[in-house]
Ligand binder design. Sequence first.
Ligand code: MRU
Length: 360
Amino acid sequence: MNDSGSISASSVPRSLRWEDEEGGELYILDQTKLPGEVVEERQDSAEQVWESIRQLKVRGAPAIGIAGAYGLVIGLKPLVDLDLREFLTQAERIAAYLNSSRPTAVNLSWALNRMLAFARSNAEKAGTSAVLYKLLVGEAKLIHAEDRAICRGIGESGEVLLNEGCGVLTHCNAGALATSELGTATAPMYLAFSHGKRFRVYADETRPLLQGARLTSWELKRAGLDVTLICDDMAAYVMSKGLVNLCIVGCDRVAANGDTANKIGTLGVAILAKHFSIPFYVACPSSTFDFATATGADIHIEERSAEEVTSFGARETAPKEIKVMNPAFDVTPHELISGFITEKGIVRPDYRKNLERAFR
Ligand code: MRU
């Protein structure tokens, strides 16, 4: 916290960083190494950025959108001597390639489409690929800067939900590490905390990759919040003890009817919240609403490798050749969601009508 009592950028970790020297360099905080090692890795090619997104070195819907935008720029950096038409063709190719790294979070395609639309509409004005490259760097930086402001807006919208002394449960990591700065689900927590409210956060560990244990509990503890780590299968117990007054989670894609894809296990939390009459909120930027997807049934759920489930860290925890399912996300039906905390305020049902009115 800074002297004015507000959360400053130094209170939270930085998931990725752009440096302007040498035509621009992208650094990502390698989240696969957290919390043991805090290591940044320079990204030298679109292929490296693709791998970093795929391996979850950079992860979380808004952060992979930002990484995708910078990744496109990194891929175009050696191509500035091409003529403009060829440069644009290469931009389309690299964007499609980066978009194939992870399918569920709509923010990735949203950011890449925005970059491509910007490239097309500014090509003539730029005159050369080298000038267009510089303009594209500016657009990627703008996406990054806008996300910071959006996270703060989500925090301002959601802060009111946190009452003094309450307990809030979150799942996975929709924190600073998943975005540019304050996170989505965590933004109301960071702001409420910086304004003097005291409350307890319960972080689900989030098997199989432990984003709650490795990332959420790390970043909240680092900022001074009261955070308690629980295994995913303890959420019902903690709720039954009356310790949770509110759930806030992030999301990767919201369909037009409000059905919401988020980290596997979110659906279970929402069902439990309903059982215990606990409000269940989803926090997200407007870029996560996908009006082209009618319902949750149309959302492509990423299936990840079996090894993530059959081992715990370096240790094998399942028999060889066991059959495994490993969906990375699930879909929470809109009727289980009390509201969407967005940079434009909290949107409540009827979602089909109210989301369209607010964001389309
Ligand atoms: O597989 P991950 O770690 O990228 O999954 C992340 C989540 O599910 C987050 O809750 C979501 O992306 C929102 S991030 C603000």
